[in-house]
Each structure stands twice: as structure tokens, then as C-alpha cells.
Write a protein that binds this ligand. Structure first.
Ligand code: PLP
Length: 374
């Protein structure tokens, strides 16, 4: 019996060296400044450690969804510029402004509330977000003139500092993304004509940053890529020069030898076909293992690949390992770096009809994250 360190049932190893290397690689590839996106607890990897690793790899700014996430990073010791772009209606930006958090601004109302949070000696840094096709937030083209004029006025009186114009792409196709880029350039032109000349423009997330060079604009916002995962269906992490940062693993909690015809897990969706060994893996959908991947998700035990047998339950699932010499305490890897023989997060995503983003982001709070550097 070996088991995981500290007798743990399950853990997610987070290789911060991989995050650092991935950022370095993407900076070189895109020849652009990198805003490292660590929303949703760093896509499940831990926001503070992901931000610190990204900054060590050369990122110059951190991106998150909301100011609660931004303030948690400040409290965690991240003192680099941080931008947050999704706000509650009527949000009060006082604390964010006091902590020097930069605000993504999608409306006149948000702009005015940002300005109201400025202190006498410190304007609030804003990134004006333009709607260019995605139909989410962002200033609509018909509102450009009014919002840009107000931003220019607030900048002149020292209430805001416009550091960027930005938008976000659909990745529907290269042509759709080019059309959004043209819409963005029109917005940039309109802003310039009203006296705004911010130092930064950013529109590309991982997909476009890699695949659509004209979208880089000298500054890219990278999420999934810094964690070493591919946003493409047809290219792996290794194809992109990236290394997956997370390994999800557990320890075999029980084994039993059973005869043919034995039902396995709720509903007996799976029945054994011969004398075989069943191994119990102590991770379930409460831990983010998607129930949708019942009967399909891959694992590696002792260097051999197996699949989930039957339904994934809240806390556990069963693997039929045949005659493989599996014992209680053996390590079970659900996903990690496929170049090291592990299944990939993308295989789990395929098994659950979702995307790798959702697999890593939904790893549950019961799974301890352990930071490693390889
Ligand atoms: C999540 C997010 C990103 C990062 O996207 P990836 O595909 O993970 O690189 C960038 N910009 C915005 C606005 C986002 O919401």
C-alpha cells in the first residue's frame, strides 16, 4: 500500500512551473504583452498561485471577471495591475479603486460610478469594453460617442485614466473574428476622434492569440493557454508547445474480485463479463468528475489505461481493471500531461460532451490543491 502523501484520498497537483513556462512561451509566440486571466480561482488551479506564476513568466497584468476576485488577489499579495470586467448593477467601486483595481467598463453608468470612486490624487484606471459581435457586455456602437466623450472629459479632470480599449471574440470562424476586429478598429477610430488615445488595445484570448495573428494588437488576454490546455478541437497541448499544469489523481480505496454478471454502481448500467477485479476510486461528481462521463472517462492505474465502469456517483466511481495487479493504495490518475502517459483533461471533456475549461474549473472544494514545481 502506497497511497498519496498524507494518506489523501484525492488531490489536484498544480505545477506552477508549467504555468510560468506556458506564459513565457505564449509571450514569445505572440510577441505581445500578456494579461493572464485567473478568474474562477485560476480555472480551478488557485488564483493567487496562478497569478504569481504567470507574473514570473512575464505576464504584465492579471485579468479576472469581477472585483471580488481582484480584491482577493490583492489580499493574497498580488501587486501587479489587475483588471476586472463584469460588475453587478449599481456596484460600488470604492474598495476596488482604493486597491488600485482597474475596471472594465461597459456602460456610461459604470463609467460614472468608476469616476465617483476616484480619490483626489488618484484617477481610476479603466478599460473601455466595446461590443463587437458577441452580444454580451460592452459599449454598443450607438453609445460610443457619448461614452467616449464622457471618458475623455473625466480623463481631463483627473477622475479616470483610460488605459485600454478592449473587446472579446466569438471564435465562430476566422472570418467572423476578422469582422469583429474591423468593428473594434472602428471603435478605436471613434475614440481617437473624441480625444482618447489609450496605450493598450486588447481583443484576443487564447484561441485568437494563437490562430489569428492580426488580433494580437501587442496585448493578449490569455486564460486556458496559461494552464497548458488547448482551446482547439484538433490540436493538443503539446502541438501548441504547452504543458498542462494540473494533474488530478486519487488513491484506490478498495478492490474486489468478482465473477461474471456482477452489477456495478447505481442502476447496474455496467455488468462484468468475466472474472475480474473492480477498483474503487474516491472521486465523484462532488469533486468535479462529470457524471456525464459515466462508463467512459479514462484513468491510468499502474501505467495501464482503464475506463469508468458504470455510473459516477457523488463521491466515487468504479473501474474494471480485468486481471491487472491493482491494489488498495495504488495511484489513479484521471488526467494530467498526456506526454507522460496520462489521460488529458480534454479526453474527460470529450467523454462528458463538454470542454476542457469546464473540467478543470469545476474541480470541487473537497479536492486539495497541492502546488508543485517540475
Ligand atoms: C475568460 C476570458 C478570457 C480568457 O479566455 P481563454 O479562452 O481562456 O484564453 C479572456 N477575455 C475575457 C473577457 C474572458 O472572459
Amino acid at each position: 500500500m502506497s497511497g498519496l502523501p498524507g494518506g489523501a484520498l484525492r488531490e489536484a497537483l498544480v505545477d506552477v512551473g508549467a504555468i510560468e513556462d506556458n506564459v513565457r512561451h505564449l509571450r514569445r509566440l505572440t510577441e505581445s504583452e500578456v494579461i493572464a486571466v485567473v478568474k474562477a480561482d485560476g480555472y480551478g488551479h488557485g488564483a493567487v498561485r496562478s497569478a504569481a506564476a504567470a507574473l514570473a513568466g512575464g505576464a504584465t497584468r492579471i485579468g479576472v471577471s469581477d472585483t471580488t476576485e481582484a480584491l482577493a488577489l490583492r489580499r493574497g499579495g498580488i501587486d501587479a495591475p489587475i483588471v476586472a470586467w463584469l460588475h453587478a448593477p449599481g456596484a460600488d467601486f470604492a474598495e476596488a479603486a482604493a486597491q488600485g483595481i482597474e475596471l472594465g467598463i461597459s456602460s456610461l453608468d459604470q463609467l460614472q460610478r468608476a469616476a465617483a470612486a476616484a480619490s483626489a490624487d488618484r484617477p481610476v484606471a479603466v478599460h473601455l469594453k466595446l461590443e463587437t459581435g458577441l452580444s454580451r457586455n460592452g459599449i454598443a456602437p450607438e453609445d460610443y460617442r457619448v461614452v467616449f466623450a464622457e471618458a475623455a472629459r473625466l480623463e481631463r479632470i483627473g477622475r479616470v485614466r483610460v488605459v485600454a480599449l478592449f473587446s472579446h471574440l466569438s471564435n465562430a470562424s476566422a472570418d467572423e473574428d476578422r469582422a469583429a476586429l474591423r468593428a473594434f478598429e472602428e471603435g478605436v477610430g471613434a475614440a481617437a476622434s473624441l480625444g482618447l488615445a489609450p496605450p493598450l488595445r486588447h481583443i484576443a484570448a487564447t484561441h485568437a492569440a494563437i490562430d489569428l495573428p492580426e488580433s494580437r494588437l501587442g496585448c493578449v488576454r490569455i486564460g486556458i493557454g496559461i494552464y497548458g490546455l488547448s482551446p482547439f478541437d484538433d490540436r493538443s497541448s503539446a502541438d501548441l508547445g504547452l504543458r498542462p499544469a494540473m494533474t488530478l489523481r486519487g488513491t484506490v480505496a478498495a478492490v474486489r474480485r468478482v465473477p461474471p454478471g456482477k452489477g456495478v454502481s447505481y442502476g447496474y448500467d455496467y455488468r462484468t463479463e468475466r472474472d475480474t477485479t473492480l477498483a474503487l476510486v474516491p472521486l465523484g461528481y462532488a469533486d468535479g468528475v462529470p457524471r456525464q462521463a459515466s462508463g467512459a472517462g479514462p484513468v491510468v492505474i499502474g501505467g495501464r489505461r482503464h475506463r469508468v465502469a458504470g455510473r459516477i456517483a457523488m463521491d466515487q466511481f468504479v473501474v474494471d481493471v480485468g486481471d491487472a495487479p491493482v491494489a488498495v493504495g495504488d495511484e489513479v490518475v484521471l488526467f494530467g500531461d498526456p506526454t507522460l502517459g496520462m489521460p488529458s483533461a480534454t479526453e474527460w471533456a470529450d467523454a462528458a460532451a463538454t470542454i476542457n475549461y469546464e473540467i478543470v474549473t469545476r474541480i470541487g472544494p473537497r479536492v486539495p490543491r497541492r502546488q508543485v514545481t517540475q
